[in-house]
Design a protein around this ligand. Structure first.
Ligand SMILES: Cc1cc2nc3c(=O)[nH]c(=O)nc-3n(C[C@H](O)[C@H](O)[C@H](O)COP(=O)(O)OP(=O)(O)OC[C@H]3O[C@@H](n4cnc5c(N)ncnc54)[C@H](O)[C@@H]3O)c2cc1C
Length: 433
């Protein structure tokens, strides 16, 4: 029986079990210490072991307990706001590396799954971003052109192709990326942990890092019952950085706003409907600010979700809204019952650009997934492990920057959900114009 409670998600109900590893007791030493066992921390551990370095992961709860075990499982090799040309004009050569990292991130994740035969219900069926207005199709075309210029396989789908792909004419066309797809996220996190351990990494679960400091040439990380000493440190606690130990890295924690995102699953869709609705089983997230997204899992449930404004009866309201959104696009589905409803924190920052921050000598963290961290976290974890094991820091795909904490973080956090109202209004205006 596991002592750590997981949200009652579909993933917790379907992922293979994992025996909790022993918590850290007493003093241990390693070469690379990692805080957090989500996709970032586990990918970093795998890479550090591949490069021959000793690595120990400290996880406050259990493998995949954070965003990595709660998300929609969409593998999306494109970020929310930043276009490839924007990265290059902002960061020059470093920006070009980031474009390559993002553009390759779908293949990096699926190759990892294939190389280690991970049982993660992985389907590299592509990722599709349908446009919610004709104007957005023009923007999709521009995005496709930009990604193609940078050598990545984005494709445009016109209204007819889009209707064939989705089984509805609710959208107008859009951008397709064949390297995306979907996974069972908690299964993937647990499989990544299995592989990391198989390669020789040590993982301590129920081992909350309560502080870290640089003492001489080492990092000293304290947990309630132990101390870990390491040459290098990767903080991979992402949106949960300030949630479990507010004082762990307050400047970094206050530079992101954790926003609750809701996920849910329908009953398995019958074969007849399944062949009509999304027959190619792609992962789908549209162009709305108030995002509509869905994909099938391995049992043919549709996994979808969303957000609502306000704090009263949220789970029921978001459940109804997501079900009605599906019914609006696919009337033959009716308004589906949701069998599982759960939530988790997405780390938003002010300009939606992910950042790498320096903790001190040989110490790094990244932050700011903005809802696109499955593929990105896997690739950035690998990137941070390379820095921690000898690759020069100025060869990273992101420049190392100072955190920029929100001045009134508590207030920003409280008002962040009202941003949704503004996004909804923009979506509506665009559809009517
Ligand atoms: C509901 C939801 C839906 C999403 N859907 C998608 C999607 O479909 N596609 C996509 O690309 N992205 C999606 N995302 C984003 C994506 O899930 C995250 O960006 C990604 O999982 C981040 O991985 P991570 O390893 O960096 O962080 P996490 O998975 O959050 O891992 C951080 C870990 O650190 C641990 N931790 C925190 N503090 C400490 C401490 N002091 N000591 C020890 N351990 C600590 C936590 O317990 C946690 O396990 C979604 C996110 C959410 C919440």
């Amino acid at each position: 029986m596991m002592a750590v409670e997981f949200p009652k998600s579909l993933w917790a109900a379907t992922a293979m079990g994992r025996q909790l590893s022993a918590s850290l007791q007493g003093v241990e030493e390693t070469d690379v210490a990692v805080i957090g066992a989500g996709f970032t921390g586990l990918s970093a551990a795998i890479e550090a072991r591949k490069r021959g370095h000793a690595v120990t992961v400290l996880e406050g709860k259990a493998v995949g307990w954070g965003a990595s075990g709660r998300n929609n499982g969409q593998v999306i090799p494109i970020l929310t706001s930043a276009e490839p040309d924007v990265w290059v004009s902002r960061y020059g050569e470093v920006g070009k590396r980031m474009v390559r990292l993002i553009g390759n991130s779908g293949d990096v994740l699926f190759d990892l799954v294939r190389d280690f035969d991970m049982q993660a219900e992985a389907e590299q069926s592509g990722w599709f971003q349908p446009a919610h207005s004709p104007g957005r199709v023009k923007l999709s075309q521009k995005r496709v052109d930009a990604w193609q210029r940078h050598g990545f396989p984005a494709e445009i789908r016109d209204a007819k192709d889009c209707a064939d792909l989705l089984g509805t004419d609710f959208w107008h066309g859009g951008m397709f990326n064949p390297t995306g797809g979907h996974i069972n996220p908690l299964a993937l996190a647990r499989e990544m942990a299995r592989v990391a351990e198989h390669l020789g990494a040590v993982i301590h679960e129920e081992s909350l890092a309560t502080s870290f400091e640089r003492v001489g040439s080492q990092w000293v990380i304290k947990t309630p019952k132990g101390t870990l000493k390491a040459r290098a440190l990767i903080m991979a606690s992402n949106a949960y950085t300030g949630e479990l130990v507010p004082r762990l890295a307050p400047r970094i924690a206050r530079s992101v706003v954790p926003v609750l995102s809701w996920q849910m699953a329908t009953e398995p869709v019958g074969d007849n409907l399944r062949q009509k609705i999304l027959p190619g089983r792609q992962a789908v997230s549209d162009t709305r600010g108030d995002l509509r997204f869905f994909r099938y899992d391995a049992r043919n449930r549709l996994i979808t979700g969303g957000a609502v404004i306000g704090s009263v009866n949220v789970a029921n309201r978001v459940r109804r809204k997501a079900a009605e959104n599906l019914a609006e696009a696919f009337p033959e589905l009716g308004v589906p019952e949701m069998t599982h409803v759960w939530s988790g924190y997405i780390g938003m920052n002010w300009d939606r650009f992910p950042r790498i921050h320096k903790l001190g000598p040989d110490g790094w963290a990244w932050i700011g997934c903005n809802g696109r961290g499955v593929a990105l976290g896997t690739s950035l974890g690998r990137e941070l492990a390379r820095a921690a094991t000898g690759q020069p820091e100025d060869e990273l795909a992101l420049p190392v920057s100072e955190p920029t904490p929100f001045a009134m973080h508590g207030l920003v956090r409280r008002v962040a959900p009202t941003y949704l109202a503004w996004l909804k209004r923009q979506d509506h205006k665009e559809i009517r114009s």
